[in-house]
Design a protein around this ligand. Structure first.
Ligand SMILES: Nc1ncnc2c1ncn2[C@@H]1O[C@H](COP(=O)(O)OP(=O)(O)OP(=O)(O)O)[C@@H](O)[C@H]1O
Ligand SMILES: [Mg+2]
Length: 373
């Protein structure tokens, strides 16, 4: 989450649109800004028809759950703020919430990840927080991370998620200290993430994720992939509309070229970013990597010309796999990535077709031989 222009690691993307779109942009900002709630009651009013019950935590409860936001319980830091690990025991929740908590999570203590807004009071942070509560708070799918609750108290804006034991694909894929992810796990991750996106795109009111990348794909103990961070998610076009117009946001190295050029957002923008992530899984390289020689820093520019070249393809597959992959499966995955990265957006496959293409590439997984957090 977060919306930073030229920070460290893959930077967030927010490009101003041309002047003819300015009114649209101003209205988008004004409309969203005017809706921002200031307390749990206002949040629940906005969530009136939402399917999932969420717990409205007080900030004091979150302090108890995280033992006063202990530094050694930090799971990671993103653009929105720090993420802490915590455990919820029923007795730390207010009495009147007890029944609600039990009905959501059962009687056992529950591990959670607590994402705390860093308090810069930016409108953007509050808007992303609200989008996460409204969008994720009404969706439920095995490949979307579960939102357990939120805190909306004074200036505090916090999101509480189910805890994902193996953290993010980014941390597992690009690590230099852990054993590399096996081919079978990479294909399992690709399929899980594809199912998550297919679910969003196929919803009655389609949703475009807009910020698909390895750090927003979280992994549970069995390497089930779950999408997180819906702060930039946007309702997709409905009826005859071909696209929705938005401020251009996302992360450098992942966004589709036509989206950067025009700000026109379609489900195919997500398909392009899926192709980038699939390429990262195949090569073990980041979409933008300043540590590589200049000509290899952009993964797309380096790898795309080789994807359909049967002779050269294996030269770009992650060397850490040491050839432990089925060559036919690699070729099929490479062709799929190539289709997703087609510059002509309408020639890209739909997410449900991508799911179908990835199903036959699945292999049994030896969890005992893999990198554990
Ligand atoms: N539900 C969760 N369970 C376990 N770890 C989590 C969870 N959510 C986030 N994390 C950890 O916290 C880190 C930071 O997450 P966060 O979404 O704030 O930032 P990011 O995805 O790295 O970057 P960005 O701000 O661009 O989204 C993640 O990389 C992950 O390791
Ligand atoms: Mg994230």
């Amino acid at each position: 989450m977060g919306n930073c222009w030229f920070l460290q690691k893959p930077t967030k993307l927010e490009v101003k649109k041309n002047s003819s779109d300015k009114k649209e942009k101003d209205e988008e900002t004004k409309e969203e800004g005017s809706k921002l709630p200031t307390n749990p009651k206002e949040v629940e009013d906005l969530r009136r028809d939402a399917a999932n019950p969420l717990i409205a935590f007080t900030f004091q409860e979150l302090k108890n759950i995280t033992e006063n936001f202990r530094q050694d319980s930090i799971l990671g830091v993103g653009g929105f703020g720090s993420v802490y690990k915590g455990v919820i025991y029923n007795n730390v929740i207010r009495k009147e919430e007890e029944n609600k908590l039990v009905s959501i999570m059962g009687a056992e203590p529950v591990e959670v990840a607590i994402k705390v807004h860093d308090g810069d009071k930016s409108l953007q942070g509050h808007r992303e927080w609200l989008a996460e509560v409204l969008v994720l708070g009404q969706l439920s799918h095995p490949n979307l991370v579960k939102l357990v609750g939120y805190c909306c108290e004074d200036q505090q804006r916090v999101l509480i998620y189910e805890y994902m034991a193996l953290s993010s694909v980014e941390k597992k894929l690009f690590t230099k200290v852990l054993a590399p992810l096996s081919w079978a796990i990479r294909m399992k991750i690709a399929l899980g993430a594809a199912k998550g996106l297919a679910f969003l795109h196929g919803a009655k009111q389609p949703i475009i994720f807009r910020d698909f990348k390895t750090s927003n794909i979280l992994l549970d103990q069995e390497y089930n992939a779950k999408l997180s961070d819906f702060g930039l998610a946007k309702d997709g076009p409905v009826g005859d509309a071909s696209h929705v117009s938005t401020r251009i946001m996302g992360t450098h190295g992942y966004a589709a070229p036509e989206y950067i050029m025009t700000g026109h957002l379609t489900a195919w923008s997500d398909v392009y970013t899926f192709g980038v992530v699939l390429l990262e899984l195949l090569t073990g390289r980041k979409s933008l990597d300043k540590d590589q020689p200049v000509r290899e820093q952009s993964l797309i520019e380096w790898a795309l010309p080789v994807l359909m070249d049967k002779k050269k393809l294996l030269n770009i597959i992650d060397p850490r796999l040491e050839g432990n992959y089925p060559i036919k499966g690699v070729k099929k995955a490479a062709i799929l990535a190539c289709h997703c990265l087609n510059r002509n957006s309408k020639a890209r496959p739909m997410m449900r077709d991508i799911v179908d293409s990835l199903e036959p590439l699945q292999l049994p997984i030896e969890l005992s031989n893999t990198a554990i957090s």
